[in-house]
Design a protein. Sequence first.
Length: 194
Amino acid sequence: MAKRRNYKPLTALIALAVAALVSAAVIFTNVTYWVVNATKPPAMKYPGADTSVAGGQYIKVSYDYDNTQDINITKISVIGFTGDPTNYTRALRVCNYYGSTPVTAQLIYRGAVNQPYGQYVKAFYVYWTSPYTQPGAGFIGSSTYTQSATVTIGAGQCATVGVYLKIDPSIPMNLANGQTELATYQVDIQFTMS
């Protein structure tokens, strides 16, 4: 009669070892350093050629800093003529002077920031004039355009933004003095780099 061997303890030990390997987690650390530097953005905004027409009395570009949001803001002040559509074709230049590759730019209409007399503004529409691309962003009457078409701005190149305005001819003359703010609208310029 052959002697039988008892493999039950060995089988139980192998099962425990496999269970331990399956439930064990391997944790290790791989160190990374993230070095943060700063430079000017590849694309920036500059006054357009229309700011020098008539001594700049109809359109001005200035720069401000919003310390509550920690962002730079470019302010473009434009005067519309009552009852006559007004079109500035070279209000702002968007230039890719600091980048080495092309950027894609799009105008995004965010809406009114302040409009004490906004009911008299019948059209506020910004658009790419060079290269000419439609649609723009803003509103004309009851039609709103939230995003413009995109333009590609090559390294060392600029694109130009124009603005179309229409002011209600029934505006009270004390408000049509060229100094009273009728409304302020936010239009972001969104850049994409590939």
